[in-house]
Design a protein around this ligand. Structure first.
Ligand code: G4F
Length: 350
């Protein structure tokens, strides 16, 4: 690891994921020396960094957040000005099957980062990616704010809330400059395929170009406040530049159903989607060809699905003048284009 003194430096934990890769690109464009933390063997896939053309500009560091000494050593050596912590488990429904690893990755991992900052890089500024899952089923029908009650409804939400509480304690008790971004669902072309938006665009590209069987979804009526990962990530360095650390909701305030996202993406792929039947019998077809695009199976329904909720980014707007640029329709179109291009180029494993 080489420390370059004249540049501002940033360490991104979880650099191979959607947000990590986008932020790496953003920070490089802002002139930062960027260290990319990744966990070898678990999330060492670098396709996003390659697609963005930034991999060779990063200094990649293997850091297992479960190992306090590794975290401490990396942070002590690099002495980053900024640390962005995205590493951990992010697939909500897995957290019911692997609650221990969820809590270990998301809560204990964050504790190890906080301890390393407190002890060996007390001047570093830390951004922690928390989640709207900390709200669970709280205050139905209301627009959620940073002051809303936290009531997680799955182990993932609990792991993020515990980590967020730790961040708050380190900020208030030890003076660590730490910010939590309470991230509502955000997506874009670099989303992993297990999340529903990318599952949809990946499969629509397959159906458009190669044909084959319809994709199988869970609850098409489920709704989320979907924002643009690129919009959110671009504002993170601005949030860290603010001298008073705080927690901030990143949200659009608008709900969209899985069905609507499917319709927008299918239209962007050149289909004319029509929906038939209800519930488990729901299907989506292309009207002119009759090709079946999607059907529903109980297999993808969740034991407990977090109810729809929307967030207010008023604090973010007020503090850094945040304005999201992309609508859900823009996002669906961008994702669809990326997946059609990848399939045309034979890049299917991303
Ligand atoms: O895309 P999803 O898996 O994302 P989910 O559960 O909202 O979690 C994401 O957002 C959270 C923040 O709000 C993050 F904390 C978390 O790390 C992650 O980034 O599911 C979205 C909705 C759910 O209601 C789900 O039940 O889509 C519904 N859905 C319907 N069919 C499906 C499917 N989800 C998936 N993954 N696959 C389906 O076939």
């Amino acid at each position: 690891m080489t420390k370059v003194n004249k540049l501002k430096s940033a360490l991104i934990l979880g650099v191979t994921g959607q947000d990590g890769a986008l932020l790496a690109e953003e920070l490089l464009s802002l002139g930062y020396k960027v260290y990319g933390g990744f966990r070898r063997g678990l999330s060492s896939k670098v396709w996003r960094l390659e697609e963005l053309g930034v991999l060779d500009q990063l200094e990649m560091i293997n850091i297992n957040l479960h190992e306090p000494h590794q975290v401490m050593e990396a942070i002590t050596t690099i002495q980053p000005d900024h640390i962005y912590h995205f590493a951990g488990e992010s697939f909500v429904s897995d957290s019911f099957h692997q609650p221990y690893s969820n809590i270990a990755a998301n809560t204990v991992g964050t504790l190890n980062v906080l301890e390393a900052v407190r002890i060996s890089a007390p001047d570093a500024r830390l951004f922690f990616a928390s989640s709207s899952e900390i709200f669970g089923g709280t205050e139905p029908g209301k627009i959620l704010t940073e002051e809303s009650k936290f009531l997680p409804s799955n182990p993932y939400g609990v792991s993020k809330l515990a980590a967020q509480n730790l961040v708050n304690i380190y900020r208030n008790r030890f003076g660590v400059h730490a910010v939590c971004g309470i991230m509502f669902n955000h997506t874009g072309p670099l989303r992993a395929r297990n999340f529903v938006t990318r599952k949809i665009t990946y499969n629509l590209a397959r159906l458009r170009i190669d044909g084959g069987s319809a994709m199988v979804l869970g609850n098409m009526e489920a709704c989320r406040d979907w924002g643009s990962a690129a919009d959110y990530v671009r504002s993170m360095p601005k949030v860290l530049a603010v001298n008073a650390p705080h927690d901030f909701i990143f949200a659009t305030g608008k709900l969209t159903s899985v069905k609507t996202f499917l319709r927008l993406a299918a239209e962007a792929a050149g289909f004319v989607p029509i929906f038939e039947n209800e519930g488990l019998s729901s299907t989506c077809r292309d009207k002119p060809s009759g090709q079946k695009l999607a059907e529903v199976s109980e297999r993808y329904f969740r034991v407990i699905d977090t109810p729809p909720h929307v967030g207010s980014s008023a604090r973010l707007k007020k503090t850094i003048n945040y304005v999201g640029e992309l609508t859900v329709q823009n996002i669906a179109e961008e994702m669809m284009k990326a997946d059609l291009d990848r399939r045309t180029d034979g890049r299917l494993n991303v």
